[in-house]
Each structure stands twice: as structure tokens, then as C-alpha cells.
Design a protein around this ligand. Structure first.
Ligand code: ATP
Ligand code: FE
Length: 340
């Protein structure tokens, strides 16, 4: 099957054409870093308006590049949440319009499912179940991925997301948004042991995350004025990696999934990737991480999640809602009655 994927849930507008046998026929992405940079973070209203201007051109572009018409597409997959609601509505309504005019089914994709299934787009051998560390701008969770639409959450963050922590630390260091790549770059010249920083929740029995205290410690280190920015960046990155490794090791004790996977924007971080690869091998698990371009937001992962859902007969009506909040393990959450 041939799937058109659309994404606009944060500050990247993206479209992609992906087949169910894992060919990426075309993809296009336009970020808005410059537009938001003066504000040090994503401004929802600016993002939504920019998606309206950018996304239609990207849809035309991928169809032209792949030399297919919308009538040759089998389904239209659009992110329906979670994310900034004004932005989410742009791709979802574009998808609904295309679905209505072409008669092709709509798949309303959970952006987190896009991240969660992304490693399967590039690895035909990655079978369910796998233990997933989902580390992105808005989330930091450990999930057992048992199948398409079948997720069981072992842990989440009690305050900031991992990417959010990178973005806040970067801001404190005067680095541009998004902070993750900027910190990783600066950290290359720094000593990861130079600045003593806390490792929140390390050693605790449940694999939850916490990054707010780490951010405050970075704030104090910057204010002290005695540390080199590169040393603060390197020490911060090391602290985040140490927390992730410790928390994931606890989750590995609770899951016998044969493979550890990390996905989401923070999974682009090389220090994190190599530390988790080591952890997996020490625990006798295989390790998988998508290429960096597939970790950060893109439409290929949305098209792929759409392909997986379409194959499972999971399509949606034109009344599919746009959702700011949409937990991946929603069914399970209802049973358990919310909580962290
Ligand atoms: P969510 O997926 O939770 O809705 P999002 O879509 O905004 O949030 P992603 O695009 O998946 O998030 O990831 C973006 C985040 O990843 C940003 O916080 C960014 O700083 C972080 N990030 C990107 N590259 C790196 C890197 N090399 N090292 C660390 N963090 C990174
Ligand atoms: Fe994302």
C-alpha cells in the first residue's frame, strides 16, 4: 500500500510518501527554528499559521517528486495529536480534505505512535514486543510496545520531558533553540565530570524520570560564573545520560522484551545512543535506534504508523478529533484510572 503522511504537531511541517514495504518514495520537511528563535521556544500561534502556509506546498512537492497522484495513494495518514492544538489541526484538516476529495481512507495517527513505530520503518526484523524509551521534546516514557496500538507504559517523567530539559539547559547557557543539538555540539569540547550535577531519581525502584532539579542545578552552575560553558554542557549531557541509563535498567528488569529501542528527538543524541547500546548488551538484549533524521519529527514516521494501522484495518472517520493530549496507552490508562 502507498501512504501519504502529514505532520504539523509542533514546529515542523512535513509530508512523506511511504509504502508498506518500507520504501520512502519522497519526503519533505520545513522547520520553523528561525521564526521561534527570538522567543527561545515554540510559539503556538506562530507555528499554526506557518503550517497553514507551508504544508500544502509540501504535499504537492512529495506527490510530484514520487510522480504519483492522490488517486494512487491508498490512505492518508495525518497526525491528530498530541501536540500544539492549532498546529495539529492543520495536518489533520488537510488530511480530511484530501480524504474527502479522493475517497481514500483517513488514518488519524498518534504522533507518539509515529515515534514508537519509527524503528520498524528502517528495520524489517524488529519484531514486537520491544522495550521503548521514548525521549522527545514533550515526553519521556518507558513503554512496552506489544503491537500496533498495544502499548503498556512502565514509566513517565514526573516533571520535565528529556528534550525539554535539553532546551531549558541550552537557554540557560545562551544557546539557540532547539537545545539538544546545540548542547551536544558544545559538550564535545567539555569535561563531563567538571560540574557536579544531581542524578534525580537514580536508584529508585520504579523507572520514572525527573529533570527539573537538574535544570535548577544547571542554573546555579551558570550563575556561579566559575565553570566553562562547554563543561556545563558536557556535565549536563552526562547527567541526563546517566539518569536515562539507570531508569532504563530498572525497566529492563521489569520487561523480558528481547530488544531495547530508543526513539524520539533526544534519541538523536550520540552519547545517549552509545550508553544505551552498552546497557542493552550488558543485559543480553538487542539494541535498535532509528537514524537521527527519523528520531526528530518527520512525516515518514507518520506515514509508516499509518501504513501499520491501515494494514491492521484501523482507519478513522472524518470526525476524528484533534487532540492536545493523547496518551499512547490510553486504553490501559482507563483501566488503571490515570495517574502518572
Ligand atoms: P513530542 O514528540 O513529545 O510531541 P516534539 O515532537 O516537539 O515532542 P521531537 O521532535 O521528537 O519532539 O524532539 C525534539 C526534542 O529533541 C527537542 O527538545 C530537542 O532539543 C531534542 N533533541 C534533538 N536532537 C537532540 C540531540 N542531538 N541531543 C539531545 N536532544 C536532542
Ligand atoms: Fe515528536
Amino acid at each position: 500500500a502507498l501512504i501519504l503522511g502529514l505532520e504539523s504537531s509542533c514546529d515542523d511541517s512535513a509530508a512523506a510518501l511511504v509504502t508498506s514495504d518500507r520504501q520512502i518514495l519522497a519526503q519533505a520537511i520545513v522547520g520553523q527554528n528561525e521564526a521561534h528563535r527570538p522567543f527561545g521556544g515554540v510559539v503556538p500561534e506562530i507555528a499554526a499559521r506557518a503550517h497553514v502556509e507551508i504544508l500544502p506546498g509540501l504535499i504537492r512537492q512529495v506527490l510530484a517528486e514520487a510522480d504519483v497522484s492522490i488517486s494512487e495513494v491508498d490512505a492518508i495518514a495525518a497526525t491528530a495529536g498530541p501536540g500544539l492544538i492549532g498546529g495539529v489541526m492543520v495536518a489533520l484538516l488537510a488530511g480530511k480534505g484530501l480524504s474527502l476529495s479522493s475517497g481514500k481512507p483517513l488514518v488519524a495517527v498518534n504522533h507518539l505512535e509515529g515515534h514508537a513505530l519509527s524503528p520498524r520503518l528502517v528495520d524489517p526484523d524488529l519484531q514486537f514486543p520491544y522495550l521503548l524509551l521514548l525521549a522527545s521534546g514533550g515526553h519521556c516514557q518507558l513503554l512496552e510496545v506489544r503491537g500496533v496500538g498495544d502499548y503498556s507504559r512502565l514509566a513517565t517523567t514526573i516533571d520535565d520531558a528529556a528534550g525539554e530539559a535539553f532546551d531549558k539547559a541550552a537557554k540557560l547557557l545562551g544557546l539557540p533553540y532547539p537545545g539538544g543539538p546545540a548542547i551536544e555540539e558544545l559538550a564535545k569540547d567539555g569535561d563531563p565530570q567538571a560540574v557536579p550535577l544531581p542524578r534525580p531519581l537514580v536508584g529508585s525502584g520504579e523507572p520514572h524520570f525527573s529533570f527539573a532539579g537538574l535544570k535548577s542545578a544547571v542554573q546555579r552552575a551558570v550563575a556561579a560564573g566559575t565553570y566553562k560553558p562547554a563543561d556545563i554542557a558536557a556535565s549536563f549531557q552526562q547527567a541526563v545520560v546517566d539518569c536515562m541509563v539507570d531508569r532504563t535498567s530498572v525497566a529492563l528488569e521489569k520487561s523480558d522484551a528481547p530488544t531495547l529501542v530508543v526513539a524520539g528527538g533526544v534519541a538523536a543524541n550520540r552519547a545517549l545512543r552509545s550508553a544505551l547500546a552498552e546497557l542493552a548488551s550488558a543485559n543480553g538484549r538487542r539494541f535498535r535506534v532509528p537514524p537521527a533524521w527519523l528520531c526528530t519529527d518527520n512525516a515518514a514516521m507518520i506515514a509508516w504508523a499509518g501504513a501499520e494501522r491501515f494494514a491492521a484495518g484501523k482507519c478513522d472517520g472524518l470526525d476524528a478529533p484533534a487532540r492536545a493530549r493523547w496518551p499512547l496507552d490510553e486504553a490501559a490508562e482507563k483501566v488503571r484510572g490515570a495517574g502518572v
